[in-house]
Design a protein around this ligand. Sequence first.
Ligand SMILES: Nc1ncnc2c1ncn2[C@@H]1O[C@H](COP(=O)(O)OP(=O)(O)O)[C@@H](O)[C@H]1O
Ligand SMILES: [Mg+2]
Length: 232
Amino acid sequence: MSNQGDSSVPLLAGRDLVKAHGRTEALRGASVELRVGEILAVTGASGSGKSTLLHCLAGIVRPDAGAVTYDGSRLDQLPERRLSELRRSDFGVVFQFGQLIPELTALDNVALPLMLAGAARAEARVRAGAWLERFGVRGQEGLRPGEMSGGQAQRAALARALATGPKVVFADEPTGALDSLASEQVMTSLVHTARESGTAVLLITHDAQVAAYADREVRLSDGTVAPAGVAA
Ligand SMILES: Nc1ncnc2c1ncn2[C@@H]1O[C@H](COP(=O)(O)OP(=O)(O)O)[C@@H](O)[C@H]1O
Ligand SMILES: [Mg+2]
């Protein structure tokens, strides 16, 4: 049964997650819940396991132990093919350096996931243009990532992550490489669009100003989640 729309039930949950990279135990029993439309900040020192937690929750990496539940089903037990489909239809991701495709223009970078989701090229490009405009990347549609500023490229990456209408956006230090003005513009765009579309956001950051945009904050320490606090 789908629980989407019922904000009392978590949309995405990781329970008692354990994940080792070789001999390093990145996660040692981390539990976290994300509700429909919620913006959750995950903070913690470098090396505390934030990225590993995001990768487990987004189905990019399988945990060694514990469970990831998405919309009432076990995500960590899905076969690879179904996991890929789910990631494409329901999730959007953006990393510290947007990971736009360098050979493609901003417009084609945003159009690509729309085409993968079945839109015809012309329609995908029209929708991509509207998304870029929404993120304030107007007039830069024809530029390649290397020709844009860091802030512009990150906003284009956000447009790409949100264009397919995901239920969850995973953002791993999305403003980590930006100055404070660009960071504020990126965060304002992200939060505004997520609120408008009811998209949940798992936001990793070590910047208190960025965490302040979230509804709630949890702190990772040595691979476990500290008791939930409320973001300032
Ligand atoms: N692919 C990897 N191979 C080996 N060690 C890794 C790998 N990824 C992460 N680690 C280690 O796992 C721990 C947690 O890393 P990570 O999840 O990236 O933390 P954070 O994002 O909070 O900085 C760190 O000690 C890191 O060095
Ligand atoms: Mg990290």
